[in-house]
Design a protein around this ligand. Structure first.
Ligand code: NAD
Length: 361
């Protein structure tokens, strides 16, 4: 099959890690007989340097005309980079928020997977880790408290701030459908997280999720209160498969879940819209401190490319092959600096990309 992919190298280590992900995708094409047409898109500081703004209309049009977008990371060192002398709406991060909005990316997916080879980096005790864990957090990204009406007022000399948390059933239904569809590709378990003992928005959330579940009799649904979920993530993370939750709860829980895996250079993410289209990027930033030094770990970006194969292109077998290649290279003992430990073999960004590409079968 032929697919068109927009590539956003971005800033800092972005170009280095995207080059390695492309290397792996090229190998996937060679092994499985596909062809990918790449269109490069400027975003963030890279776009400011050329166009004076962090995102152009042409960039949005190019991204929209492709089957999926694969991104490195954007941004620079806030203390030294000239990009941060611009007003906030012209800075690199504004471009990222704008492209997410322009592409209507309402579903954020963040897997948290513990590689047995990296157990030592996990801050949890061995008996809690058990056989490890493999979960994905499906977070609603464009509604709820972060997008509700807000204001700060003064009443009788007392300052008061108001944020509004609102969800309508359509917003809940579309993210729930995503979670159930994803669960079908995994262990078929959805844990919907809310605060239904207190919040009206959560009570509606629960009702709508139950309605959606009727269409997925092969998937098990359970509900969990957010405070309990925060506890269970460090008490027994192995119990989770797909965690479905609203924007703010997801913001907090996905950071907690990623912390328990121990390594930022390994964490992929995806943001999807109502079709199969999505933007795929590592969870980490542009690491300006190690940019251009062949030190960055490209695995989070390579695993993001695997998510792209699975969720936007429906190439599950090829996604499995990329994930297996990452697993093999770790089992063979190769590590970039961020995940290096004694007794393993230290490699650079390019070598890690070569090894993973070679291991794609
Ligand atoms: P960061 O994630 O870039 O770096 C934090 C630390 O982790 C650094 O020591 C860095 O060297 C290390 N690190 C990160 N990714 C790594 C990798 N792949 N391999 C090895 N080490 C890695 O976070 P930060 O320093 O707070 O932010 C730097 C810039 O990135 C800022 O401009 C910030 O706004 C931007 N940022 C962008 C995104 C994005 O593009 N989605 C996300 C977060 C931060």
């Amino acid at each position: 099959m032929n697919y068109t992919i927009s590539l956003i190298p971005g800033d800092g280590i972005g170009p280095e890690i995207v080059a390695e992900a492309k290397k792996v995708l090229d190998k996937v094409c060679a092994v499985y007989g596909h062809s990918f047409t790449y269109k490069e898109v400027l975003l963030g500081g890279a776009s400011i340097d050329v166009h004076g703004v962090p995102l152009t209309e042409e960039a949005i049009a190019t991204a929209k005309s492709s089957d999926a977008v694969l991104m490195g990371s954007i941004g620079g060192d806030a203390k030294t980079s000239p990009w941060y002398r611009l007003e906030p709406s012209k800075r690199p991060e504004a471009g990222l928020l704008a492209i997410r909005k322009a592409l209507n990316l309402f579903a954020n997916l963040r897997p948290a997977y513990l590689y047995q080879e990296l157990r030592a980096a996990c801050p949890l005790r061995d008996e809690i880790i058990g056989d490890g864990f493999d979960m994905i957090i499906v977070r609603e990204l464009t509604g709820g408290l972060y997008f509700g009406e807000r204001k700060t007022v003064e009443e009788n000399g007392v300052r008061k701030a108001i944020d509004t948390l609102s969800y309508d059933e359509k917003e809940i239904r579309r993210i729930a459908v995503k979670a159930f569809e994803i669960a079908r590709k995994r262990k078929k378990k959805v844990c919907s997280v809310d605060k239904a003992n207190v919040l009206d928005s959560s009570r509606l959330w629960r009702k709508v999720v139950e309605e959606v579940a009727l269409g997925y009799p092969d998937v098990t649904l359970e509900h969990m209160l957010v405070d309990n979920c925060a506890m269970q993530l460090v008490r027994n993370p192995g119990q989770f498969d797909v965690i479905l939750t609203e924007n703010m709860f997801g913001d907090i829980l996905s950071d907690e879940a990623s912390m328990v895996t121990g390594s930022i250079g390994m964490l992929s993410s995806a943001s999807l819209n109502e079709t199969k289209f999505g933007l795929y990027e590592p969870s980490h930033g542009s690491a300006p401190d190690i940019a251009g030094q062949n030190k960055a770990n490209p695995i989070a970006t390579i695993l993001s490319a695997a998510m792209m194969l699975r969720f936007s292109l429906d190439l599950d077998r090829e996604a499995d092959a990329v994930e297996a290649a990452v697993q093999k290279v770790l089992t063979d003992g190769y590590r970039t600096g961020d995940i290096f430990s004694e007794g393993t073999v230290l490699v650079g960004t390019r070598e890690m990309g070569d090894l993973i590409a070679e291991a794609v079968k």
